[in-house]
Ligand binder design. Sequence first.
Ligand code: UFG
Length: 326
Amino acid sequence: METKILVTGGAGYIGSHVVKALGEAGHSVLTYDNLSTGNRWAVLHGELVEGDLADRDTLRRVMREFQPAAVMHFAASIVVPESVREPLKYYRNNTANALNLLDVMAEQGIGRFIFSSTAAVYGIPTSIPVDEQAPLSPINPYGSAKAMVEQILRDLAFARDDFRYVALRYFNVAGADGQSRIGQAYREATHLITRALKTAKGESDKLQVFGTDYPTADGTCIRDYIHVDDLASAHLLALDYLLRGGESDVFNCGYGHGYSVREVVDVARRVTGVDFAVEETERRAGDPPALVADSTKLKGALGWQPRHDDLEYIVRTAWEWERQRQ
Ligand code: UFG
């Protein structure tokens, strides 16, 4: 059945893959995006309204006219080290703007919400893999700003019977559309896989590895890399769950195993065929040593079945995307 979904940040990396999946599933989509990091061409389905979440009047008008059954909220700043340097930007864009959105939703009587949360809410987990019961203890403003929104959502769902949400805690999202139509397109790439591929492409002379003295097997940080299309399918399952009357809940999104920075470098060299240079440097501020998801709950409660649990596929789709970009 066609359902109307409002997607904030639908012109961005993850949002655009979810818009694509919503379109393929036959939903009617409206993207609300200020295009600060997103791109008009990335919206493969439905209408795009250029607007900012700080602009309540535009948001209210769009919400009133479109009358979505649910809102999916991707629009946010996402760079951990930047959040350490510019915390207010993160509390403004990620916390205060989410409040604006929830306020306008309440005014317009829209009560289903899917929130892009993050593994960064766990900080440095005491055991790996980490499940949803683990305490929230973020170690950077990016994680804190997202954890605050989760708290707001818990309080709101408790206070109001007509409001239900799913928060999805993303681990390290990577890869691109299998047909290379969309992918990561940030002006300043900071993520490991994208940086490695840009180095292979010759856009920089070396890849820096931030820290080789972590308490991990090879001394570099471990992350759980999840393909963006598998993450998109988790959103569609969360949407169905909420529309069927599911209770508010939180789910980890990752595959349940991690790769070190050095392992990612090896795969990137193999996939690209380029033996690009690597420089080992100091640790980067705000990086936990290891983050790996226990995603049993997502698989059990929502029936999530990942299709691309394969680092080679992740890197290959990202490489195909990266190679054909200007
Ligand atoms: N890294 C390098 N060199 C680089 C870039 C990254 O060594 O050029 C290292 C980082 O230090 C880290 C790992 O590679 O150890 C992954 O770093 P990313 O920047 O790719 O990703 P993060 O783990 O910092 O953050 C990502 C998302 C967040 C999310 C987090 C959850 O950006 O939104 O994953 O795990 F919260």
